[in-house]
Every structure is written in C-alpha cells, then in structure tokens.
Design a binder for this molecule. Structure first.
Ligand SMILES: Cc1cc2nc3c(=O)[nH]c(=O)nc-3n(C[C@H](O)[C@H](O)[C@H](O)COP(=O)(O)OP(=O)(O)OC[C@H]3O[C@@H](n4cnc5c(N)ncnc54)[C@H](O)[C@@H]3O)c2cc1C
Length: 434
C-alpha cells in the first residue's frame, strides 16, 4: 500500500489524487489536506461568482473525493497544525498543492495606503474567503483603478460595474453584494505598462465588458497598433485585440448613455500612490514598448482615484523546512520534485499561470515521478498515523461528509436564484457541520 498526502484541495490537489488512483488503483490511499474546512481552493475563492458554469468542474473532483481510497482532511494547516517533516514520516509521498495565495506587492511609494488592495484580498472579499471577509473596501469614491492586463483585472472591473440584476444566479457573498449595490464608482480604469498587443486577457472575458447593462468599455484608438500587425499575433490574443478595436469604435453618444465607463489605459506604469491615510491619486509614467518591454518615457500624469486594486500576480506562501525560490515566489523544484518524497504541483510548482485545466497534466506528471522514485512498498502508517496525531493534538478535522453538510446548509440559505450563500468564517462553517 502506498500512502500519499496532498496538501491543498484546489484543482492541482484533486487532479493529483485522480492521477494517483489511475496509477495505483486500490493500492493507494490519498489524504487531501486543506487549511480551510471547505474544499476546492480558487474554484470557490478565485473564479468569479458570476461564472458559475466554470465552477461546475468540482463535480469531477467530487467523484474523486467520494471514492473509497481518498479522504478530505479539512481545517488542518500544514506548517502550523502539522509539519511537513511529520507528514514525511507518515506518508510515502507528500505533494504540496498549496497554490499561490499571496499578492505580489506593487512595490511603489504609497502602496500601503488605505483602500489599496491586492486582487487576492479583493477577490477573496467578494468570494467570501474567511481571511478577507473583513477587508471593508471603500467604494464611496468616483474612480477605481485596476492595475493589470490579465483576466483577473477583467473580473475585478466587471464585478465593480455590475448591477444587482446582473448578479442573479451568482454566489457573490451578501456582504460584498450589499456594498457593491451602494457603490458610487462611475469610472473604472484598467491600467497596464504595456500595450494592446501584450495583453493576457482572453476574448470571452473581454467580450463580457461589451454586454454590461450600465457600463461601456472604452479604448483610446490612438493606443491601438497598426491593424496589419495583428496578423503576427497568436490567434487567441488576436481575437482579444479585435475585441479592443471594437471598444475603440463605440460612439461617444453610446458612451454617454450609460453612467459607468471602463477605460483601458495602456502604456501606463504606476509610479506612486498619493494620499493622506487613504489613497487619493495614482502617479503614472507613460511608457513605450521596446523589444516587448515597457520603457518609461519620463512623461507622467496623475489619476485621481480612491480605490486601487492591483492584479499583478501571486506568490506561494513558504512552509517551514521546504526549500523556497524567493525570486520566482514558489517552492524550489525540478519539474515538481522538491526532493525524493516531497513534490509540488499547480501554482505552488509553476507560479500563477494557466487555466484550471493546466493543472491536470501537472498532477499526472508528479504522479509519474512518484512512481519512478518509490518502487517498493513501505511500512508507513499513512492516514492511520495522522489520525492518531490529530487526536493527540485535538485537531478539529473536517471530513468530506462534513463538507457535504456545510454545502447543504449554504444551499438552504441562498437568496432566490443563487446556488448558495457561503459561510464566510471558519467558525460558522464548522458550526454548520455540527
Ligand atoms: C481571481 C482568479 C480567477 C480565476 N478564474 C479562472 C477561470 O475563470 N477559469 C480558469 O480556468 N482559471 C481561473 N483561475 C485560475 C485557477 O483558479 C488556478 O489555475 C487554480 O485554482 C490553481 O490551482 P491550485 O490547486 O494550484 O491552487 P488553489 O486553487 O489556490 O488551491 C490551493 C489550496 O491549498 C490550500 N492551502 C494553502 N496552504 C495550505 C496549507 N499550508 N495547509 C493546508 N492547505 C493549504 C488552500 O486553502 C487551497 O484550497 C483564476 C484564478 C484567480 C486568482
């Protein structure tokens, strides 16, 4: 029997468990740990609440979760409740699938001013992550700046722009919906250092901005490169740029009809945040692109703004005793191997890139590696040993069956048309299980 501990119940964790089942069938036992009492990582806390169809992928993870040889061990934080070294004595292989939950810092003067938020915190707030429930963003001002040119920036801008009706069928949490419905924000600027040809946004997500009931997107036509140059782009990005061109063609009268505008500010590098206590303005330097890189031109300007959300990437949280690559912001690893017996997958291995599906080959790859490294059966205790340790430490472990009770309780208190009203703190989640 092979005993595997997977740390993290997001996509990478579940794809790894699925791969282990395919590889070893009944000869493997898998424990999937999560620090929260609820599974699925960023599917629950990252993917936008108005993108429910994407969240449907959890049905696949549930099949894995409900099989005999896989357990969910929720409400256990590895590195705090139990160490990686302890797990290594109990399991034949330990796989870190802990994602990249920390925001990369803007690293400019003023980035610690009030109402300057990273996207992990801001997205966590509207998605009900217990760590960010109390974020309390101030939406009483007129202008918000969203820094970044990827899909997360689009999610944040869209959520800030939607009406209550447009959240029908979503699982946005009540505290966020209430605050958004009272928002005074009328101008949302999506700002990035590089130009339209360098965006990381996908066409579908960009297209959604063109169908909002009270907001119009706007691109300054002067920022668009020669159309002939679009032919050189990779097809997905080319479609996205076509979408940007359509935003540039929206007439001024159409823009004037709707109360809210989402403006793209390209070739704009954030230099400093200004304000007393809370942010009041962003100082920006114009850039130009040389060999694909944004170079400052020395020309700068101020944007008066009372909310800043930076969507510029994420980092993995280090765990005591595990080699960490500070520069890359993830565990130091060679194709997923940290050392024999200890592995990483998903965002904890590669950093924050790719879609949910990108984590699947990661999981299968790391299982192949474990199969190469561990060729003989061991006498490790696996889950039985962990249960003894959890009992001795009085850990309040949440099982998958417990999660199903939490899930039912969340569904039963959902507002009309919504799939669930999430519990937003750990005590509430555990109470719903009891
Ligand atoms: C805002 C946002 C929106 C996104 N939207 C989409 C989308 O629409 N479509 C798409 O394809 N992709 C989307 N993605 C990307 C997708 O969510 C990721 O590719 C995927 O979630 C990464 O999976 P993961 O398992 O590596 O990490 P995660 O999903 O982050 O899972 C990590 C898990 O580890 C747990 N954990 C962390 N530390 C510990 C610890 N010490 N002990 C125990 N447990 C721990 C966490 O609680 C979490 O459950 C989005 C990402 C973000 C940030």
């Amino acid at each position: 029997m092979l005993h595997i501990a997977i740390i993290g119940s997001g996509p990478a964790g579940y794809y790894t468990a699925e791969a282990a089942q395919k590889q070893w069938g009944d000869n493997v036992r898998v424990d999937i740990f999560d620090m929260l009492p609820v599974p699925y990582g960023l599917i629950r806390f990252g993917v936008a609440p108005d993108h429910q169809s994407i969240k449907g992928v959890v049905r696949r993870y549930e099949q894995t979760a409900l099989s005999e040889n896989v357990r969910f061990v929720g409400n256990v934080k590895v590195g705090q409740d139990v160490s990686v070294d302890e797990l290594l004595t109990l399991y034949d292989a330990v796989v870190l699938a802990t994602g990249a939950p920390r925001d990369r810092q803007l690293g400019i003067p003023g980035d610690h001013l009030g109402n300057v938020h990273g996207s992990a915190a801001f997205v966590g707030w509207y998605n009900g992550h217990p760590e960010f429930t109390a974020l309390d963003p101030d939406l009483s001002g007129h202008t918000a700046v969203v820094i970044g040119m990827g899909n997360v920036a689009l999610d944040v801008a869209r959520i800030l722009a939607k009406t209550g009706d447009e959240f029908a069928g979503s699982d946005i949490v009540k505290h966020a919906l209430d605050r958004l419905m009272a928002s005074n924000i009328r101008r949302i600027i999506i700002l990035g250092r590089r130009g339209p040809h360098q965006i990381m946004m996908t066409p579908k997500e960009l297209g959604e901005l063109g169908h909002l009931s009270r907001a119009t997107p706007w691109v300054d036509p002067r920022d668009l490169p020669d159309q002939a140059d679009d032919a050189l782009l990779e097809p997905g990005i080319r479609k996205s740029v076509t979408q940007l061109r359509s935003f540039a063609a929206i007439s001024e009268s159409r823009r004037a009809e709707l109360p809210l505008e989402i403006e793209f500010d390209f070739f704009a590098s954030p230099r400093a945040l200004l304000g007393t206590g809370k942010v009041e303005a962003l100082e920006v330097e114009r850039t130009r692109i040389e060999a694909g890189r944004a170079i400052g031109t020395g020309e700068s300007y101020l944007i008066q703004a009372s909310l800043i959300v930076s969507c510029i990437g994420y980092q993995t949280t280090p765990i005591a005793g595990v080699p960490f690559d500070e520069r890359a912001g993830r565990f130091a690893n060679d194709e997923g191997r940290i050392l024999t017996g200890l592995y990483c997958v998903g965002w904890a291995r590669r950093g924050p890139s790719g879609t949910i599906g990108t984590n699947r080959p990661d999981g299968f790859g790391v299982v192949e590696m474990i199969a190469e490294d561990i060729t003989s059966a061991s006498s490790k205790q696996g889950g039985r040993g962990f249960d003894a340790l959890a009992g001795a430490r009085k850990l309040n472990v949440v099982t998958f069956q417990d999660w199903k009770k939490i899930e039912v309780a969340e569904a039963s208190r959902a507002r009309d048309g919504a799939p669930r009203e999430k519990f937003v703190d750990v005590a509430e989640m555990i109470h719903a299980r009891d």
